[in-house]
Design a protein around this ligand. Structure first.
Ligand code: CP
Length: 368
């Protein structure tokens, strides 16, 4: 036996922080909690995915279950996208979304064309997005688009005859990030998804961010509203008060979410089960960060067992001292994004039948 005291402390920490991220116990628990039902997924075949509003609870549960089966049994995947091509068009910086979509597509056996600079395409010569969309029909089977304009994805819808996925359109929406967020929550607590939490087990969520300026937060709140019966309350934490548009608030409350905007994190942190923190809002070619002194560290008064989610990239609001703690679910959340995107992509390209290896029919041919 080697002298364990000679192991660098960072090595020990790395092992601790990986625990629960790569393990299959949690996705397996989610699979066991959700009864398999392919029906809600079938209508996704050939669909454009632009807004979180296009999902319902059953779709999310079944996508989560399929994602969990991919995460649990990667060796059983019969590459369902072999011979298919993804057009990955990212006209704004991205680490996670582009790479996790591309990783997901590769893991499903497909090929990728990636555009990371619109100026290498006809857009630099004034070509319209609609015309670019018309061309994409000839080259690929699915398009994933990130653009800092809210309208860009909508400009392409009319000319596209293959599905497009909105990977972030300005300050509007980022629906697949929200799917990754909810997938992480369902792995943490499967009963959250199935609605089997007792009254005193319901989850209190703190969203640190700006719902009317941050696409991740806007989409997440919409998806959370589908699980209102599992949520005691959602606190929106922001130093300023003007963070929820009136129609946004009304839509969420009508869907059953109990919302409260608070200015100070420390007042509510000890009662929060799920802390969702994001500081960045992309606006045009630049980004805004949350003002004020909101910062989470390992010294923060977090509830025992509370989980922290963050869409990343992080800034000073999320201290690295939390990385080696039980609260770090943000790395697991980022990893899970690959599997939930695999599930979604499979369903868009195939009319799904059952589980990992059974995509059956092609969606109706819409290329004419
Ligand atoms: N979560 C997210 O959208 O990260 P990227 O900007 O790196 O894609």
């Amino acid at each position: 036996m080697f002298d364990q005291s000679k192991i660098h402390p960072l090595l020990k920490q790395a092992v601790v922080s990986r625990d629960g991220i790569r393990g299959i116990e949690r996705p397996r628990n989610l699979m066991e909690a959700v009864t398999e039902d392919a029906e809600p997924l079938r209508s996704l075949a050939g669909m454009h995915i632009v807004s979180a509003r296009q999902f319902d609870r059953e779709k999310i549960l079944q996508l989560g279950r399929l994602a969990a089966s991919y995460e649990t049994q990667p060796d059983l995947i019969h590459p369902p996208l072999r011979g298919k091509i993804l057009v990955s068009a990212f006209y704004e910086p991205s680490t996670r979304t582009r790479l996790s979509f591309e990783s997901a597509w590769h893991r499903l056996g497909g090929d990728i064309m990636s555009i990371t600079d619109p100026n290498t395409t006809g857009i630099a010569k004034g070509e319209s997005l609609a015309d670019v969309g018309e061309m994409f029909n000839n080259y690929g089977d699915v398009v994933v688009l990130r653009d800092n304009g809210e309208d860009s994805v909508y400009s392409m819808l009319d000319s596209l005859r293959i599905p497009i996925i909105n990977a972030g359109n300005g300050i509007d929406e980022h629906p697949t990030q929200a799917l990754a967020d909810v997938y992480a929550i369902m792995k943490w607590k499967p009963e959250f998804g199935t609605g089997k939490l007792k009254e005193d087990e319901k989850v209190t969520i703190g969203v640190i961010g700006t719902p009317n300026r941050m696409r991740t937060v806007r989409s997440l709140l919409l998806l959370l509203s589908l699980f209102s019966d599992s949520i005691r309350k959602v606190y929106i934490v922001n130093p300023s008060q003007d963070v929820l548009d009136e129609d946004q608030k009304q839509e969420l409350e009508t869907a059953g979410l109990k919302l409260e905007v608070v200015q100070k994190l420390r007042d509510i942190l000890p009662e929060i089960d799920v802390v969702y923190i994001n500081s960045i809002a992309w606006v045009g070619d630049s980004y805004e960060t949350l003002t004020g002194d909101i910062k989470l560290t390992s010294e923060s008064q977090l509830k025992a067992g509370a989980i922290i989610l963050h869409p990343l990239a992080r800034g000073e609001e999320l201290d690295e001292s939390l990385d080696g703690t039980e609260h770090n679910w943000y790395f697991s959340q980022a990893r899970g994004a690959v599997f939930i995107r695999m599930a979604l992509l499979t369903c868009l390209v195939h009319r799904i039948n059952l589980v990992v290896d059974s995509p059956v029919d092609q969606p109706e041919d819409r290329t004419q």
